[in-house]
Design a protein around this ligand. Structure first.
Ligand code: SF4
Length: 228
């Protein structure tokens, strides 16, 4: 596909409402990211927190097997703490970094019991103080776990917003700050689900499928040098 000739729009001129409507309609056809599926099935915030940690650097298809397997054995801070590092690591094998994740989850369970009476705090800053919890995980627990405002910016949201020309940022944390300033609040929660799905199926990191993308009329394709 030949390089795009659209000039990146000034963010206030970017037709975000139109673009989000188009993505929303188009992504119905695809399977949703795992954590959003969990959020829609009334999982506890604790399960969302643990599953999100398990899903980091791990395929959704694997997390979808490992998380339920763990939750049939233990799904509260008390019961997971009782397993100990070694048993927990066995139960979550082979997710990426399973030993490190097991240690973090055990530490988190201990903190939740000590400070929050075993509950997950519905507060972004409090979540960010938990071991192994970064902004992506904390925002996802706020949105999928509690249904509260948050913008979960992972690598898909970061990449696609930059390709659109809606933001011009160097990393996901910077993208989150810009989105908090300019993205209409009604899109804060759905943007992660929609752009992860778009990123997994069409707007791939390398060689995105621009020919079949419903957004070609609006996307500046910033930084896209090769596409299909
Ligand atoms: S697939 Fe191409 S046109 Fe669609 S959002 Fe990605 S870069 Fe833009």
């Amino acid at each position: 596909m030949k390089p795009n000739t659209l000039t990146p729009p000034h963010p206030p001129d970017f037709p975000i409402t139109t673009v989000m409507q188009i993505v929303s309609e188009a992504m119905h056809a695809f399977r949703q990211p795992l954590i959003d599926q969990m959020g829609h099935t009334q999982q506890t915030p604790f399960r969302i927190l643990v599953a999100t940690i398990l899903s980091l650097r791990t395929k959704d298809t694997l997390t979808a097997v490992v998380a339920p397997r763990l939750f049939t054995v233990a799904d509260t801070p008390t019961t997971i703490l009782a397993l100990g590092d070694e048993r927990l690591a066995e139960l979550i094998y082979p997710v990426g970094f399973y030993r490190t994740k097991a240690r973090s989850i055990i530490q988190i369970c201990s903190i939740l019991l000590d400070r929050y009476d075993g509950a997950v705090p519905a507060d972004l800053d409090a979540l960010l103080e938990l071991p192994g919890v970064g902004r992506k995980t904390a925002n996802l627990v706020m949105t999928a776990g509690f249904g509260l405002p948050g913008i979960c910016v992972d690598i898909h949201v970061h990449r696609i917003c930059n390709r659109w020309g809606y933001v011009s940022t160097k990393n996901p944390d910077a993208t989150e700050q810009v989105l908090r300033a300019q993205l209409p609040p009604r899109y804060w929660i759905p943007i992660n689900n929609l752009l992860v799905t778009l990123g997994q199926h069409i707007c791939h990191p390398t060689s995105p499928h621009c020919r079949i993308c419903p957004l070609t009329a609006y996307c500046a394709r910033v930084g896209v040098t090769r596409s299909r």
